[in-house]
Design a protein around this ligand. Structure first.
Ligand code: NAP
Ligand code: BGC
Ligand code: ZN
Length: 357
């Protein structure tokens, strides 16, 4: 069968032939429909994040998948059920601590593998197998857009943790600032702007108008902020202090400048995965700000099954026009390359299609 993979020493995805997998006991065989592409895939291609399965010369890419159960094997799943796989699996050498086995998203990175990212093959293949407990059934009518479930889980988890960090008092957030207008930032802006939690939503980018992402931010009723005109540290004064700042740029300075944008008693949620970059900050001032402002900082990665179930509900309530505007391209697996071109002005969210429903 065909798969899209990265070979060791290379930086571009290629189509390879690999044997169709046979499900082991407890696993189902899934016919892949679509697999989304995000900034993490680009970081994996660049060799900045993740890694190859031990002893293998390639990594099958892709972690944002949706497929249809083709062979339930000995699981309780039914043939034809539409499913979305979770990403993390216990490390094959048994190093995952028992207390993390039920919540792999909270396990240390080096004690798990991530399919399509770090140490395990992903879902960009005509078929994949997975244990039943890592497959989340979704409604049939979401099959075409089910590849958006996994990225939505990232925000479901980050917001849950942000809210939990404020659970010791009556936190009533109104404003949210999303840093970054890539696929994760825009999806999150859409979730916040169309959801009930926030009444005042902002999204930061660094693009000139006319631009698809700015149009989308404004169609959502959110405010676009250009970081070249208003640096993050000045947003509080130029607009308002933000109850939640959600960082999705991977721009490491935002982990610190973001605290300036947070309102007293607010939260800074960090999602980006930057490479090493030493730089100077006024640590004393930020330390003081965090303490005297009762500010919380939450780092968040990956997501648990509960977040997948919540994400399915969120995807179901997102307006159709939001999804239409967000998904700018679906490429057939026989010509997948355009799905990985995400740095042009015409792309927001892309996916590779392996089968149609
Ligand atoms: P992406 O495609 O790299 O998007 C990042 C966006 O941030 C781009 O649109 C970029 O603008 C913008 N940006 C970068 N620096 C900026 C600055 N200084 N001022 C204003 N805008 C800036 O990545 P993504 O898929 O949306 O994901 C965002 C980050 O989250 C990545 O680092 C990714 O690895 C990480 N991530 C983490 C998780 C998790 O579980 N924690 C999950 C998914 C993704 P331009 O396009 O104009 O350059
Ligand atoms: C994926 C997560 C993963 C993270 C770190 C993200 O793009 O969506 O599932 O844990 O990257 O590798
Ligand atoms: Zn991702």
């Amino acid at each position: 069968m065909d798969a899209i993979a990265l070979r060791r020493g290379e930086h571009t995805p290629i189509r390879i032939q690999t044997p169709k997998p046979t499900p082991k006991s407890g696993e189902a065989l899934v016919r892949t429909l679509r697999v989304g592409v995000d900034g993490t895939d680009i970081e994996v291609l660049a060799g900045e994040h993740g890694g190859f399965p031990p002893g293998e010369d390639h990594l099958v890419l892709g972690h944002e998948a949706v497929g249809i159960v083709a062979n339930p094997n000995d699981t309780d799943l039914e043939e034809g059920t539409v499913v979305v796989p979770t990403i993390r699996r216990p490390h094959p050498d048994g190093r995952t601590a028992p207390q993390h086995l039920d919540q792999l998203d909270m396990a240390p990175m080096d004690t798990v593998v991530e399919r399509g990212i770090a140490g395990a093959h992903g879902f960009m293949a005509e078929y994949f197998t997975s244990e039943e407990k890592y497959l989340v059934p979704i409604p049939d009518d979401l099959a075409d857009v089910g590849f958006l479930v996994e990225p939505i889980t990232i925000t479901e988890k980050a917001v849950e943790h942000a809210v939990a960090s404020r659970s010791a008092f009556d936190w009533r957030p109104e404003s949210a600032l999303v840093l970054g207008n890539g696929p994760l930032g825009l999806l999150t802006t859409a979730m916040f702007a169309t959801g009930e939690r926030f009444s005042d939503v902002y999204c930061l980018g660094r693009r000139d108008r006319p631009d698809l992402t700015i149009d989308m931010v404004e169609s959502l009723g959110a405010t676009y902020i250009d970081s070249r005109e208003t640096p993050v540290s000045e947003i509080s004064a130029a607009h308002r202090p933000m109850d939640l700042v959600y960082e999705a740029t991977g721009y490491a300075r935002h982990a610190f400048d973001g605290l300036d944008a947070v309102a007293p008693a607010g939260v800074l949620a960090l999602l980006g995965v930057p490479t090493d970059w030493p730089f100077e900050i006024d640590g004393g001032r930020l330390h003081r700000e965090a303490v005297l402002g009762n500010k919380a900082v939450v780092g968040s990665v990956n997501a648990d099954r509960n977040h997948f179930r919540a994400a399915v509900r969120t995807l179901d309530r997102l307006p159709a026009w939001v999804i239409d505007d967000l998904v700018t391209g679906v490429s057939p697996h026989t010509d997948a390359e355009p799905a990985f071109v995400t740095d042009d002005d015409a792309s927001i969210k892309t996916a590779v299609e392996f089968h149609r429903v």
